[in-house]
Design a protein around this ligand. Sequence first.
Ligand SMILES: [Fe+2]
Length: 191
Amino acid sequence: MPRAHSAPVVAHLVREQANAVQLYLRYKGYHWNVAGPLFRELHLLFDEHARTVFETIDVLAERQRMLGAAVPYTLEELRAASTLPAEGTLPGTTREMLARLLASHRVIIEGMHAAFKAADTEGDPGTADLFARFVQAHQKMEWFLRELASEPPVVADEPGRSAYVAEKSGYATPIGAAHGSPSFPSHPLPS
Ligand SMILES: [Fe+2]
């Protein structure tokens, strides 16, 4: 059992609990509202990531109890503790959805690096291990989103392949076309 109530470590746990709640809701919102040719892939991926994020919430909260702290649970408390950018309005394109999710994961990954260091400094290997595991989950989700949002690779040595990849990836602009990077399909959501 770690020593009771380390304020810096608990603050990291509260922040990441709040960020996880906000990111879970963001994922579910996009899961429900996504539209367009990539609908099936993104609809399913967003729900899969939502489940992964959801499972972290309880662990982050209960760790606070193990350290002797009371756990915040109201929407007001959690919104105040979150460091993710506010959602504002629904993204108008799938590209914007991916951009906001990527930004969210990057804030969390950075926060968890700091949290790991704080727990390690406090001599709290249990909390350090928790953040070491969760940061890997966020890095994996960030990787999947980054690949989805990335431009297709240029395959200069294989004539015909670039057109094939462009067709399969759903990118309208053939790879290797002069100038103008291929754009991610952008589909306005129904108003
Ligand atoms: Fe669903």
